[in-house]
Design a protein around this ligand. Structure first.
Ligand SMILES: Cc1ncc(COP(=O)(O)O)c(C=O)c1O
Length: 385
């Protein structure tokens, strides 16, 4: 009765089973994977948020397939603050970056076409690709005092069916930004082969680097789709608002936008109250980002201090985002380690394989975890070695 594309193995893995069991027992948990900002103890401007949602204009329905102009203008202004000019016409609003990805996959790929994805990265793509009948091919990121794209391997992964290269900028969980030289190389690979760049910039503002990281939003070297949204930028995942920017050579850009508009028009998935509130929600990002970055810096300093007091574990360098990667001795698989940490020490971390790390020996922790939990959790993690 069902399609092959939905024939997933839906059994939970051993770690999620262990977590469900631990939670059911009602024991206290130090959750070092905490990444839902609404549950991390940040102070939101509740009044401004609720007031923004009560705009009387939301009582009427006047849809625009690309999203309400006032909301798209607010997104343009977000980029103006980075000195990037993005005309509102090049922006399409979506309910999430996942939805933006699916629009882009639809506009670029026939069934069986290929998209290149970074490894390691956030485990979001496989279901998205299955649903759109697209095949994912990994390209490795290399770590050598910082992360970089393995361009040799990336070029070898390109085939006649490659339609796009996904870049997460900064990547989750490695926390590295795409450098200008890497952007140029990506353009050089993509433009002649008619491959698009698909840039996920949900963490762009969360930078620890000295220089302001470059966005792909104004990249014109090849057809480029850049996405971001309120879930990270303003810490408002519950508002379900994101955007997709199309840039590149004029002719390709115009065609892509026209096709995307039809897809967006078919769903009209954005709701009026949230679109009308987007200018306020975007403005609120400053207060949220200040708190989130203060938390990230504090937790990172705590982590580094605890790491100094021992010699078995270290952390990888990061430039931005919300995650830190711990390098730990390989005494068992990362999954077994995470299960032990949970059942014996009450600490929940993500094993590296969750993000397709090529080997064991990596644990991923969220740096927006409330600081007391983070401190105690890291102490317990390090006590295992
Ligand atoms: C790199 C990356 N992209 C996209 C998303 C999903 O964002 P959204 O809530 O807009 O779908 C996440 C969520 O954690 C993410 O880490």
């Amino acid at each position: 009765m069902f399609s092959d594309r939905t024939n997933w193995n839906l059994k939970s893995n051993r770690l999620s089973e262990a977590l469900a069991k631990y939670r059911a027992a009602g024991k206290p948990l130090l959750d070092l994977t905490a990444s839902n900002p609404t549950e991390c103890g940040f102070d939101y401007d509740r009044r401004a948020i609720l007031q923004a949602l009560s705009n009387p204009e939301s009582l009427s329905y006047d849809p625009d397939p690309r999203g309400l102009l006032s909301a798209r203008r607010a997104v343009s202004e977000y980029y103006s603050a980075r000195e990037i000019v993005i005309p509102a016409d090049n922006i399409i609003l979506t309910t999430s970056t996942s939805e933006a990805y699916s629009f882009v996959f639809r506009v670029l790929c026939n069934p069986g076409d290929e998209l290149l994805i970074p490894e390691p990265s956030y485990p979001l793509f496989s279901f998205l690709a299955d649903i759109q009948d697209v095949k994912l091919v990994g390209y490795p990121l290399l770590y050598d005092h910082g992360w970089q794209i393995d361009f040799h391997a990336l070029q070898q992964a390109v085939t006649e069916r490659t339609r796009g290269i996904i870049v997460v900028n900064p990547n989750n969980p490695t926390g590295h930004f795409c450098k200008p030289s890497e952007m140029r190389k990506l353009n050089d690979i993509c433009a002649p082969r008619k491959i698009a760049i698909i840039a996920d910039e949900v963490f762009l503002d969360f930078s620890l680097a000295e220089n302001t990281p470059r966005s792909f939003a104004a990249n014109n070297g090849c057809l480029t789709f850049t996405m971001s949204g309120l879930s990270k930028i303003s810490g408002l995942p519950q508002m379900k608002a994101a955007w997709l920017i199309t840039s590149g050579p004029e002719e390709l850009k115009a065609q892509a936008l026209a096709r995307l508009e039809v897809i967006a028009d078919t769903f009209l998935s954005m709701n009026a109250p949230v679109q009308l509130a987007m200018p306020v929600f975007l403005e609120l990002r400053h207060g949220f980002q200040m708190q989130a970055m203060a938390r990230v810096r504090k937790n990172l300093a705590e982590l580094d201090q605890q790491l100094l007091a021992q010699s078995s574990c270290s952390r990888l360098e990061m430039e931005g985002g919300w995650y830190a990667i711990l390098r730990v001795p390989v005494i068992r698989s990362d999954e077994d380690l995470a299960i032990d940490l949970l059942s014996a020490h009450g600490v929940y971390v993500h094993p590296g394989h969750f993000y397709d790390f090529p080997a064991d020996g990596y644990l991923i922790v969220s740096l927006i975890t409330p600081d007391q939990d983070f401190k105690e959790g890291i102490k317990r993690v390090l006590s295992m070695f």
